[in-house]
Ligand binder design. Structure first.
Ligand code: PAN
Ligand code: ZN
Length: 185
């Protein structure tokens, strides 16, 4: 029989709809230690929504052979001079890659290899980003609107947040003279 797909992607907004779509939100209170200026982060309203993620995971996480599909939305703003951004992670199954692609807004994808070399790519509507295996990844919203991007990653990738929580990225994205700049940290 020919059936309807269970998930739809709204191409204009990048949002996923469907009963099987999981959602999570990150508020300022969930992001302790993520930004350079922890004092400013702690002093701002803790219920502020910084980013939200949707994921369609049609097989169990950790099983090999599948692909997951996601949407991330980062609200505009800064914590001190540093742009709103995702926590960032390596994949637990380190040598697994990922695609990100821009849907709306202006962003910067920050990547870091195991030797702590950092580089970055501009994200905008239609930009396609290949994140190689063994590369940590984080996205900052550098615009004044929402930043929306979609992602596709292997079902056995997993997320290693601990390495970034302990050591951070070797550079941070801050506003200098009104422009985003990668600054060694
Ligand atoms: C993305 C990220 C998402 C949120 O789906 O998980 O953008 O960023 P953090 O997970 O770093 O908080 C992805 O890279 N999945 O592998
Ligand atoms: Zn990832």
């Amino acid at each position: 029989a020919i059936v309807q797909p269970s998930v739809f992607l709204k191409l204009q907004s990048g949002k996923l709809t469907g009963d099987q779509v999981l959602k999570s939100q990150k508020k300022l209170k969930d992001l302790e230690g993520v930004f350079q200026d922890e004092q400013i982060r702690a002093a701002l309203p803790q219920e502020s929504l910084i980013y939200e993620v949707q994921a369609f995971m049609p097989i169990a996480e950790g099983k090999s052979g599948g692909l997951f599909f996601g949407n991330s939305t980062i609200y505009p703003g800064k914590i001190g001079a540093e742009y709103h951004m995702t926590r960032g992670h390596f994949h637990s199954n380190l040598d697994t890659g990922e695609y990100y692609w821009g849907v709306k807004g202006e962003g910067i994808l920050i990547m870091m290899d195991e030797d702590r070399n950092v580089w970055a790519e501009e994200m905008s509507e239609g930009s396609v980003h290949y994140i190689p295996g063994k590369v940590a990844h984080r996205v900052a919203n550098v615009g004044e609107e929402l930043l929306v991007f979609n992602a596709c990653w292997p079902s056995d990738a997993g997320h290693d947040y601990a390495t970034i929580a302990e050591k951070g990225f070797a550079a941070r994205l801050v506003e200098v003279d009104g422009e985003p700049k990668l600054v060694d940290s």
